[in-house]
Design a protein around this ligand. Structure first.
Ligand code: NAG
Length: 278
């Protein structure tokens, strides 16, 4: 295989691996708020070599896990004992600059937190918000949305039934006049059937562009193989018909566009030609 074919193979392989890579960030415990000293673990799901967890906080910017903070192992980043300074935005990032979803985490140095989903919840789901104190779940807590009182729950749990986009907002709770920090609840649209193509009106242009780009990448990868196979099969057909002339004569001269693709087939064709001349 000559150097250009090898380069092309490496290029195609990297394209293929790019198109299958879209990491997601998850967090354990699955809460957007934790108490100081509690452990937090962030994991890049569906990640491959080169992905890491980064964060923006009040003290650092795009700081890398395992270098600037936390312990990185197996696409998981662990903070053994969290501190209010660990509060911030967390995401996964590849060496090429691709990024995952972002999770906002608040580490409270206070005595009350609101446990709410760190990841967006699906439209129609039931969502439970829990008001926690350092001692135990409070017997009775007040809940607020965007600063407005929305109710008191005697067991510290508030369940939002069949959430919709209108439930999005900043939530907090209070217990004996001690308030938790605020956290955003995000509600994502229920996906329609997965095979349904996005309509032009509902899909943002970026996502349809991305789809076209992905499709092109797949075509770029698979076309040369299809064309090679086609050419090799045609060559054998030509032989089977008892054509005595050399195989290379049976070939039409490659057009400019085919030139590059034919390079890929050089090895196969020279093998065929050599065999033919025996
Ligand atoms: C992190 O901070 C950088 C620099 O201020 C900013 O460009 C970027 O959007 C931030 N990322 C997130 C996820 O907040």
């Amino acid at each position: 295989m000559d150097p250009t074919s090898l380069q092309r193979l490496v290029f195609l392989t990297s394209l293929l691996s790019c198109s299958t890579n879209q990491a997601r960030l998850t967090v354990t415990p699955s809460s957007s708020q934790v108490f100081r000293d509690e452990p937090v673990s962030l994991r890049c799901e569906d990640a491959s070599e080169g992905w890491t967890v980064r964060r923006n906080t009040s003290i650092d910017n795009r700081a890398e896990c395992g270098v600037d903070w936390g312990t990185f192992a197996g696409f998981s980043c662990t903070i053994d004992s969290s501190d209010p300074l660990d509060s911030g935005e967390y995401w996964c990032e590849s060496t090429e600059g691709s990024t995952s979803n972002t999770i906002t985490i608040t580490v409270s140095g206070g005595s009350v937190i609101l446990q709410s989903p760190a990841l967006p919840v699906m439209e129609g789901d039931d969502v439970t918000l829990t008001c926690r104190t350092k001692m135990a779940d409070p017997p009775s807590a007040d809940f607020f949305k965007d600063g407005v009182f929305i109710g008191t729950e005697s067991d510290g749990h508030m369940t939002l039934l069949h959430v919709s986009r209108s439930d999005e907002g900043l939530y907090k709770c209070s217990f004996q006049s001690k308030e938790s920090p605020e956290s955003r609840l995000s509600v994502s649209e229920k996906p329609t059937t997965s095979m349904e193509p996005p309509t032009a009106s509902s899909a943002p242009p970026a996502s349809s562009l991305h789809l076209v780009f992905r499709l092109l990448r797949h075509l770029v990868v698979f076309c040369p193989y299809c064309i090679c196979t086609y050419i090799v099969v045609s060559l054998y057909r030509e032989r089977a018909r008892g054509n005595d002339s050399s195989v290379s004569v049976a070939m039409t001269p490659p057009t400019h566009a085919e030139q590059g693709l034919d390079d890929d087939c050089d090895d196969v064709m020279s093998a065929v030609t050599t065999e033919h001349q025996f």
